[in-house]
Design a protein around this ligand. Structure first.
Ligand code: MF3
Ligand code: CO
Ligand code: CO
Length: 258
């Protein structure tokens, strides 16, 4: 299967990306102290449905929720549950939607009500690291150019990047070639070509990079208990500037639901 999307496929990818971004935006307004991650998951399911989309995560490798909701020292793949979020918590929300058989994948870390300066700085650096990666996502560059930009920015700010999970190509399925690591490991020599769509997603720990998986079989947490943040966009490689697909406002007029 070609990694290069046709213009028709890209029109649908833009719509899928816009829906995923809109759902995250709705969640940012919905989250507040006292809300449970289960309520966030159910709210998101409704927001997806309203837009003619569904979760790309639910059922993937038997994943049981619509979103990944990872609180504080949780890195990724946190399960929705009845824990009430508290003022000052940070929650990483990963939202993958399927729309007309194509996927938009985007994540953000939100403060619940507000948060301390350490948490805010971690979120800012992670979001900036994503921007640094996106800047390198241009035709002719290699995957490792993205990896290097992310890693250098994160480590230059005193944080660490998670090694066990990586970004990825995305299209009809959530995880396609190539892998897009947030670190330089000798791989990543693959050339970026116009028409490729990739998810860039730095997972950044305030402390050590090591993670472990909880007994639920999904939730990934930092081994040292430090805070973690996660930002992600689905990006189209072009001959010029990268095009961020998971942006509110990308929904082509003709595809807008009534
Ligand atoms: N976190 C992954 C990504 O954004 C997707 C999660 S798949 C799930 O690439 F099954 F864990 F939800
Ligand atoms: Co994601
Ligand atoms: Co992803």
């Amino acid at each position: 299967m070609s990694l290069i999307k046709t213009e028709h496929e890209l029109e649908i990818m833009r719509a899928a990306g816009a829906i995923a971004a809109e759902v995250l935006e709705e969640l940012a307004a919905f989250v507040q102290p006292g809300v449970t991650t289960r309520q966030m998951d159910e709210f998101a399911a409704g927001q997806m449905k309203k837009r003619g989309a569904k979760s790309a995560f639910l059922g993937y490798r038997k994943y049981p929720c619509h979103l990944c909701l990872s609180v504080n020292d949780e890195v990724v793949h946190g399960l929705a549950n009845d824990r009430q979020l508290r003022f000052g918590d940070i929650v990483s929300v990963d939202c993958g939607v399927t729309y007309k058989n194509f996927i938009g994948d985007t994540a953000t870390t939100l403060a619940v009500g507000g948060c301390g300066v350490a948490a805010q700085r971690l979120m800012d650096v992670t979001q900036q690291a994503l921007s640094k990666g996106i800047e390198q996502a241009v035709g002719g560059n290699r995957v490792v150019d993205i990896s290097r930009a992310v890693q250098n920015y994160v480590e230059g700010n005193g944080y660490s990047v998670v090694r066990e999970f990586v970004g990825h190509g995305v299209g009809r399925t959530i995880h396609e070639e190539p892998q897009v690591p947030n670190f330089v490991d000798g791989g990543g020599s693959q050339k970026l070509r116009p028409g490729m769509t990739i998810a860039i997603e730095p997972m950044v720990n305030a402390g050590r990079p090591e993670v472990k998986i909880l007994k639920d079989g999904w939730t990934v947490v930092t081994q040292d208990g430090s805070l973690s943040a996660h930002f992600e966009h689905t990006v189209l490689i072009t001959t010029g500037e990268p095009e961020i697909l998971t942006c509110v406002g990308k929904m082509p007029f003709a595809l807008k639901p009534a």
